[in-house]
Design a protein around this ligand. Structure first.
Ligand SMILES: NC(=O)c1ccc[n+]([C@@H]2O[C@H](COP(=O)([O-])OP(=O)(O)OC[C@H]3O[C@@H](n4cnc5c(N)ncnc54)[C@H](OP(=O)(O)O)[C@@H]3O)[C@@H](O)[C@H]2O)c1
Length: 299
């Protein structure tokens, strides 16, 4: 089948593409800056800001995997916060308007959301029907998911994946955690007690592919590993795998806030998600254990 990936040039999209190609599927990207890529995937132009989109991309397309969005690991100025939100909401809306106005007969949309949908809590374990939080990222996720649900309303099979913290050596949180550890300066962030819903990059990509190819999946699924760990446990395990010491004092909250501003929320947020629902569909992890996942990525 042919699949369009928006934001396919990013961390998760690249691994999803590899896996889809391996299974013999055709992949094309919608990108703001079409260029060549290592996987030789054809890139078509779109720009959610100006509502432009190349209709050629949609020819004979069965489905869309929607990942595009401005990265959240940049300084959260008011303008940038607006871009974080707009890039996701406007991008998803542009896809919807295009599919509807052109009557493109697509079978499915698999759209990213994030575990940041839920409120910051050290006590709660969130299932998919748990209520959302009210902080900035939570509101972004809610609005992003609402746009994806428009597809559901016109009868297109729609899957929303609330993605946890993706572990990869090519980007995301892990290189940031591993860098000080490699220098012997690893330390928990804040109290270190915050829950982190980790998942190996190959498993999150496989979940997107699973959602795209299994017709029985629809609705919303938590997309993390089979269990969560605290920030302290994650950092300690990184140190163990890298055979580095781990004895530095915790980095206090106020220092993180000073260094990162409001974005410190993401490093300090505690989210424990329950992934029974996706596992009950038959999804199997390649890296169900954190140590094995870290060894695969860091060694
Ligand atoms: N990585 C994680 O741990 C994680 C966790 C939870 C949720 N997620 C979500 O999952 C999605 C994919 O994650 P990722 O880590 O693969 O992200 P990524 O590496 O930052 O890639 C996202 C892609 O989105 C496009 N993009 C960037 N800024 C944009 C903007 N202002 N407007 C429209 N498109 C823009 C880019 O593609 P072009 O330059 O080709 O247009 C980019 O390659 C993201 O939306 C992210 O928020 C990721």
């Amino acid at each position: 089948m042919k699949v369009i990936i928006t934001g396919g040039t990013g961390l998760i999209g690249t691994e999803i593409s590899r896996q889809l190609l391996e299974k013999g599927h055709e992949v094309v990207y919608l990108s703001r800056h079409p260029r060549s890529n290592k996987l030789n995937i054809k890139e078509y132009h779109w720009d959610p800001d100006t509502a432009t989109i190349d209709l050629e991309a949609f020819k004979n397309t069965q489905g869309i995997i929607n990942l595009a969005g401005a990265p959240i690991n940049k300084k959260w100025t008011p303008e940038y916060k607006s871009e974080i939100l707009r890039s996701r909401v406007d991008g998803t809306r542009l896809l919807f308007d295009t599919i509807q106005s052109q009557q493109f007969p697509i079978d499915f949309l698999v759209s990213a959301s994030a575990s940041g949908y839920y409120a910051n809590s050290k006590e709660m374990e969130y299932k998919e029907d748990s209520p959302p939080g009210s902080d900035f990222l939570s509101v972004v996720c809610q609005k992003w998911e609402q746009e994806a649900q428009l597809f559901e309303k016109i009868g297109i099979r729609t899957v929303r994946l609330r993605v946890g913290i993706v572990l990869s050596d090519a980007g995301g949180a892990l290189p940031e955690i591993a860098r000080p550890v490699r220098l012997g300066l690893g330390a928990p962030l804040g109290s270190g007690e915050q829950w982190m819903p980790w998942i190996h990059i190959k498993d999150i990509a496989a979940m997107f592919v699973w959602a795209a190819t299994q017709n029985t999946l629809s609705g919303v699924y938590n997309a993390g590993g089979p269990y969560n760990v605290t920030n302290e446990e994650l950092s300690k395990q990184v140190a163990r795998v890298l055979e580095k010491p781990f004895f530095m004092p915790n980095i206090p909250k106020f220092l993180l806030k000073l260094a990162l501003g409001e974005m410190a929320e993401t490093a300090l947020a505690s989210t424990k998600i329950n992934t029974d629902k996706i596992q009950a569909t038959g999804f199997k992890y390649t890296y169900p254990e954190l140590t094995g996942a870290l060894k695969d990525i860091l060694k």
